[in-house]
Ligand binder design. Structure first.
Ligand SMILES: NC(=O)c1ccc[n+]([C@@H]2O[C@H](COP(=O)([O-])OP(=O)(O)OC[C@H]3O[C@@H](n4cnc5c(N)ncnc54)[C@H](O)[C@@H]3O)[C@@H](O)[C@H]2O)c1
Length: 90
């Protein structure tokens, strides 16, 4: 939707394969960065680069997330930590 309206769209994902696939659909003005949102240094570097290139960020969509559905009794602490440390910083 943003790309169709002429907005400069910058996306990030931990998966280069998915990100490159999506950025092709968005058109030649879109840009993809491989970023792990659980890594603050990577996120900061990404934001700094976007601001340096485009001047500012007008709209931010935080959509990275993972799910590992299970019954609460079977939900391992590791799974809880992995999901929450991805969704919360994102
Ligand atoms: N699909 C649903 O029904 C639904 C319902 C409620 C909430 N949500 C939430 O909406 C968001 C998107 O859901 P979706 O169904 O589009 O999920 P999805 O799995 O299709 O997309 C999530 C994307 O996040 C990326 N990602 C995962 N970990 C990352 C990381 N550490 N750094 C950068 N990127 C990372 C994945 O590679 C993937 O491309 C998630 O946060 C999800 O929890 C989804």
């Amino acid at each position: 939707m943003f790309a169709r309206e002429g907005t400069k769209v910058v996306i990030c994902d931990v998966s280069a394969e998915l990100g490159n696939e999506v950025v092709k659909m968005l058109g030649p003005d879109a840009r993809f960065y491989k970023v792990d949102v659980t890594n603050r240094a990577e996120v900061q570097q990404w934001v700094d680069d976007v601001v340096a290139r485009f001047g500012r960020v007008d709209i931010l969509v935080n959509n990275a997330g993972i799910t590992r559905d299970s019954y609460l009794s079977a939900l391992l602490l590791l799974v809880f930590d992995t999901c929450s440390t991805t969704a919360l910083p994102a």
